[in-house]
Design a protein around this ligand. Structure first.
Ligand code: IMP
Length: 199
């Protein structure tokens, strides 16, 4: 049976990525769950060496739950491009290099995709909730869309400016953040977590 989180529960957000933290805090706020970030607690970032999103999410959530003695929520996510066989995928953060230069990472995606007429792209998010006794629950969300060039919009983070969700006209960098929070890969994984683990 799924383990529940309750109102007033303190939950560690096992991420040092400011864009993700902002989105996860916005999703948790209405639930009355008190979010504290791994960075605020001074927790180290574990090495993410699993081959898939769910495995990396598990590594991050377990490390934070064990180190803090509190339940922890992690997000491992990435941008996948059909013309690149699903890359950058789990390496999405690494394509931006140590300086986290996403303008350069987007230019690299565009260059590698070249003139390939297959413009399909998608974001994936794996959320993992872990408890200090090593119990974990993992939820996956995905949103499909199209690769665009040049990048458009200053909202969001990462690869948002080069992705138009299916059925839309604007990139994730152009749409209102509220709208992204309601429809994104992260929101979809979050919705599943709510059904199973909050109440
Ligand atoms: P990680 O999960 O911390 O390993 O890194 C995920 C990387 O995927 C981020 O640094 C972004 O580059 C990219 N990414 C994940 N979610 C999003 C999103 O919602 N918008 C744009 N880029 C994202």
């Amino acid at each position: 049976m799924a383990r529940k989180l309750h109102r007033g529960q303190k939950l560690v957000i096992a991420s040092h990525n400011k864009g993700k933290l902002r989105e996860i805090e916005a999703l948790l706020r209405p639930l009355g769950i008190e979010a504290v970030s791994a960075a605020d607690l001074g927790l180290p970032e574990p090495e993410e060496d699993a081959p898939d999103f769910a495995g990396n999410a598990r590594i991050k959530a377990l490390a934070a739950a064990v180190a803090s003695g509190l339940p922890a929520l992690s997000d491992d996510s990435g941008f996948c491009v059909a013309a690149l066989g699903g890359a950058p995928g789990v390496l999405s953060a690494r394509w931006a290099g140590p300086s986290k230069d996403f303008a350069a990472a987007m230019a690299l995606v565009n260059e590698q995709a070249g003139g390939n007429p297959d413009r399909r792209a998608w974001f994936v998010a794996a959320l993992c909730l872990a408890w200090p006794d090593l119990h974990t629950e993992t939820f996956l969300g995905r949103i499909d869309g199209t690769l665009v060039w040049p990048p458009r919009g200053g909202n969001g983070f990462g690869y948002d400016p080069m992705f138009v969700p299916a059925g839309g006209q604007q990139t994730f960098g152009e749409i209102d953040p509220e709208e992204k929070h309601a429809t994104s890969h992260r929101a979809r994984a979050f919705a599943q977590m709510l059904v199973s683990c909050v109440g």
